[in-house]
Design a protein around this ligand. Sequence first.
Ligand SMILES: NC(=O)c1ccc[n+]([C@@H]2O[C@H](COP(=O)([O-])OP(=O)(O)OC[C@H]3O[C@@H](n4cnc5c(N)ncnc54)[C@H](OP(=O)(O)O)[C@@H]3O)[C@@H](O)[C@H]2O)c1
Length: 330
Amino acid sequence: MNYIEFGTTGEQVSEMCLGTMMFGSRCDETESDRILGAAIDHGVNFIDTAAMYAGGLTEELLGRIMGSRRDNLFLATKVHKGIDAASILTSIDESLTRLRTDHVDLYLLHWPVPGMNPVEIMEALSKVVAAGKARFVGCCNFPAWLLAHCNSIAAANGWPRLVNNQVAYNIIERGIEVEILPQAVAEHIAITAYRPLAMGLLTGKYRWGQPLPDNSRGQTSSQIITWLSQYGAGLDRFIDFAAKLGVEPGVLAAAWVRYSPAVTSPIIGVSSLHQLQAGIDAFDCNLSVEEYDEITWMFDTEVKEEGLQRFPGLRYNFPRLRRNLDLLGK
Ligand SMILES: NC(=O)c1ccc[n+]([C@@H]2O[C@H](COP(=O)([O-])OP(=O)(O)OC[C@H]3O[C@@H](n4cnc5c(N)ncnc54)[C@H](OP(=O)(O)O)[C@@H]3O)[C@@H](O)[C@H]2O)c1
């Protein structure tokens, strides 16, 4: 397992972050314990959870199974309820009780909420850090402008800045390439990428025109079915390409996410110990530029914009400027 600098924190985390959203829902406590143990044995020290997973059960379960291993982990959880000051200040205490720890390493706002008050929120997060309940703070699902806005408020007041944006990223969901990834590179914001397998769609077990696999999230997720109908042909090409390389499709999908220099840690979420190995193998799968490009174009999911992009000869058109990770000098 590689270790990687987590944004500006000075902390080293494993390149693989273990997601626990299925702990206490699709996998019971015994299986969750096995998954956690196997991930730690492979060198994973970065764990992601949230107050809302399984209505708090995931945090409770993690608190029980981490035991003394907690001290060696970089543990992230997320605010529950709203994101007003009172919610932030009570939610952290509830999470710490469930997790059986006196602090988390990273405390994240889970979603932006209409009508939110960034000054109040950043001040509340600063109190959480000042009380020693979180070492660092960050956000999930924030557009680039909002993260920059919150961090300018933090800077003006001497409060801790948001060091991480946790966002959906996979071969199908690529919106973050437009603003969020370039911002992350410019401002050294750690990017943790959730849903690297598009909820399991990219593991090879879903095929357009075939029955949904038994006991899978596809049985209850309308999102997976919609993607399957939209991207069935790309999925076929992707699965064939993985077979040609002799790699599991799920390994290839996560390897594609970690290829971006702007991604700090893909978050690998599994429903069973059996599934974990593919997640771990992805961190030994180094795609060539040609392989990366071929996979990327199989789905044709780049966020396209009208205008000068129609004239590829123009080097400095606006969409390219917005996406260019090398735009700024070192
Ligand atoms: N901040 C946020 O808003 C947010 C949102 C979502 C998730 N997250 C975090 O990101 C983590 C990952 O999200 P995700 O679970 O949606 O990620 P994902 O990697 O896209 O999907 C994981 C699912 O894929 C299937 N799978 C995984 N490995 C497999 C394998 N080797 N073979 C076959 N199927 C496999 C399993 O589904 P089946 O059960 O169907 O087998 C598993 O639950 C979560 O645990 C959570 O920590 C954060």
